[in-house]
Design a protein around this ligand. Structure first.
Ligand SMILES: Nc1ncnc2c1ncn2[C@@H]1O[C@H](COP(=O)(O)OP(=O)(O)OP(=O)(O)O)[C@@H](O)[C@H]1O
Ligand SMILES: [Mg+2]
Length: 142
């Protein structure tokens, strides 16, 4: 596990960018942490690092937003699902085992559906603007 501390939103974005630049086809990121921890901000950086030019918004009500960068990029937010069958309905497996990269905000909520071989990120609020970002399963240095 590697741990980073970010002091503001921009540093979280930049960390995300470095992660995004390293991602490979088929990578799945389970992204966890309390409400307002910075999951979506980290995801914006990941998307930018993957070469996505679009403005990233949280897919809270749609479950998934799809983008195209150097690889297809699928951004999930599963916070509001009532049960995991909603994930079968949207064809979650096809995204997970497809040719893109998936980031799943609140991934722990659908843990049993995620591949064993995944990247796990946990963001902890240390202070108003300070975050600890723990990363497991990402190959190489960030
Ligand atoms: N170091 C930091 N990194 C990221 N965000 C920060 C940081 N410091 C303060 N913030 C603020 O914390 C909030 C993070 O919001 P964000 O939507 O990214 O969180 P989230 O984890 O996706 O929340 P949710 O669970 O509602 O989806 C923003 O208002 C942002 O400005
Ligand atoms: Mg969010």
């Amino acid at each position: 596990m590697i741990t980073f501390v970010t002091n503001n939103e921009r540093e979280t974005f930049e960390l995300g960018y470095k992660i995004g630049a390293k991602l490979k086809k088929g990578d799945v990121i389970s992204l966890n942490g309390d409400l307002g921890a910075g999951k979506t901000h980290l995801t914006k950086g990941i998307a930018a690092g993957l070469g996505v030019d679009d403005y990233i918004t949280s897919p809270t009500f749609t479950i998934v937003n799809e983008y195209m960068g150097r690889l297809p990029f699928y951004h999930f937010d599963v916070y509001r699902i009532d049960d995991i069958y909603e994930m079968y309905e949207i064809g979650f497996d096809e995204y997970l085992y497809g040719d893109g990269v998936c980031v799943v905000e609140w991934g722990d909520m659908v843990e049993e559906l995620l591949p064993k071989d995944k990247i796990y990120i946990y963001i902890k609020k240390l202070d108003d603007s300070i975050r600890e970002v723990q990363i497991k399963g990402l190959e190489g240095e960030v």
